[in-house]
Design a protein around this ligand. Structure first.
Ligand code: PMP
Length: 416
């Protein structure tokens, strides 16, 4: 399949994150917490489409919601009841979510949140944390490589200098450092964009002190605080920033809220969200899109939120904690300096070194990914993983055994 793909797709690929050397395995089907590849091999899916599938694959209630919506028509040049139902369900999750606006991806939702902040404040620049990933929009794709560098840079050639000049980098989890940079640029800044649990820079949560410092400097300077929780929404039942003890002006959501269908949302203060309001004449920020609030995605989203009760959210968070603990034990037993980070149902293994071996961290991460595949478990090759609601103790135990075997095999290969 990969050979065929190479003939028609660049490098056989449509999504950088799913490429794996020497070639990716192809998904044929998924059911619950298992995914079956084209060779017929079934594995436990702890990747869940980069933490999207909180209810696993093909959950019957979500499939029914999608099927019923699709049978009524997949898209219209008119608004639908489904978007009202989904907005009601989302706004019920947090007092900070006063209004909602929908897109088809997290990337688009981040872009609209940034543009909303610009339209509301009339200021051009944005600030973001060193290393954090926020999707493909130019303005936020600056310094998204996980590094701590505070100099605006891009890994893609030809990025306009104006984009780099208009994205200011603040240090993560450094309240004084971030406050200083934000104050220095305050008059030109529309927003400070943060991910409260940024996966690319290691899935270590922001501290309460850091969030409080950002909130204070934003209040002082009129800069909007935008919380990108496309991935980190799992960190709190009322969202990630709420779990840490803060409130954002705008929050960006995606992934789990859509039940596996393409989704993105900007939610937040009515006063700021008013930039999208067309009812009083041309809005400050016109925002169209042929698939905005697509009724199939909206219907899957309603089902996904209904199924993610507080009890279920807590249960999978507990399983996540168990997983992190058992992985840390395996790592310690093998005398390794690797870290396991994460909160609630999210985890990330950050490979370090293997004593008496010169194999680097990235290569070790790749070997771990491959060894887990051979042991019947899928995680991301960045070490990212998550627990989903179809899982229970049995899956956590199976994962722990596979992780143990995989780490042993990686250490052996690294020393060979
Ligand atoms: N922001 C964050 C924090 C993300 O993790 C992602 C996706 N991994 C995005 C934005 C982009 O979302 P999408 O892939 O739906 O475009």
């Amino acid at each position: 399949m990969y050979a065929r793909a190479r003939a028609v797709l660049p490098g056989g690929n449509s999504r950088t994150a799913v490429y794996n050397s020497p070639y990716p395995i192809y998904a044929a089907a998924g059911q619950g917490c298992r995914v079956v590849d084209l060779d017929g091999t079934s594995r436990l899916d702890f990747l869940g489409n980069s933490t999207t599938l909180v209810h696993g694959h093909a959950h019957p209630e979500i499939v029914a919601a999608i099927s019923e919506a699709a049978a009524r028509g997949t898209c219209f040049g008119l608004p639908t009841e489904a978007e009202v139902l989904f907005a009601e369900a989302l706004c019920a999750r947090s007092d900070a979510y006063e209004r909602a606006r929908f897109t088809s991806s997290g990337t688009e939702a981040v872009m609209m949140a940034v543009q909303a902040a610009r339209a509301h404040t009339g200021r051009p620049k944005i600030a973001k944390c060193a290393g954090s990933y926020h999707g493909a929009y130019d303005s936020v794709a600056v310094n998204n490589d996980g590094s701590g560098s505070l100099i605006s840079h891009s890994h893609t050639a030809g990025m306009p200098q104006a984009v780099l000049d208009n994205t200011i980098i603040i240090p993560f989890n450094d309240p004084e450092g971030a406050t200083e940079v934000l104050r220095a640029h305050a008059g030109e800044l529309a927003c400070a964009l943060i991910d409260p649990v940024p996966w690319r820079s290691g899935l270590v949560p922001a501290t309460a002190e850091y969030i409080a410092a950002l909130r204070a400097v934003c209040d002082e300077t009129g800069v909007l605080l935008v919380s990108d929780e496309v991935g980190s929404f799992r960190a709190g039942f009322h969202g990630a920033i709420d779990a840490i003890g803060g409130v954002a002006d705008l929050t960006v959501l995606g992934k789990v809220i859509g039940g596996g269908m393409p989704i993105g949302a900007v939610v937040g203060k009515a006063e700021v969200m008013a930039v999208f309001d067309p009812s009083e004449g041309k809005p400050k920020l016109p925002h169209s899109g042929s698939y905005n609030a697509n009724p199939v995605s909206m219907s899957a989203g309603v089902a996904s939120l209904r199924l993610l009760t507080e009890a279920e959210w807590k249960r999978i968070g507990g399983l996540g904690e168990q997983l992190r603990d058992t992985m840390r034990k395996t790592i310690a037993d093998n005398g390794l300096d690797w870290e396991v980070n994460g909160v609630e149902s999210l985890f990330r293994v950050v490979t370090g070194t293997v004593p008496d071996s010169s194999v680097n961290s990235a290569r070790l991460g790749h070997l771990l990914f491959q060894e887990l595949l051979l042991n019947g478990v899928l995680i991301g090759d960045s070490g990212l993983g998550c627990v989903s609601t179809p899982m229970g103790q049995q899956e956590v135990d199976t994962y722990a055994e596979a992780f143990d075997a995989a780490v042993g095999a990686v250490v052996e290969q690294a020393r060979a």
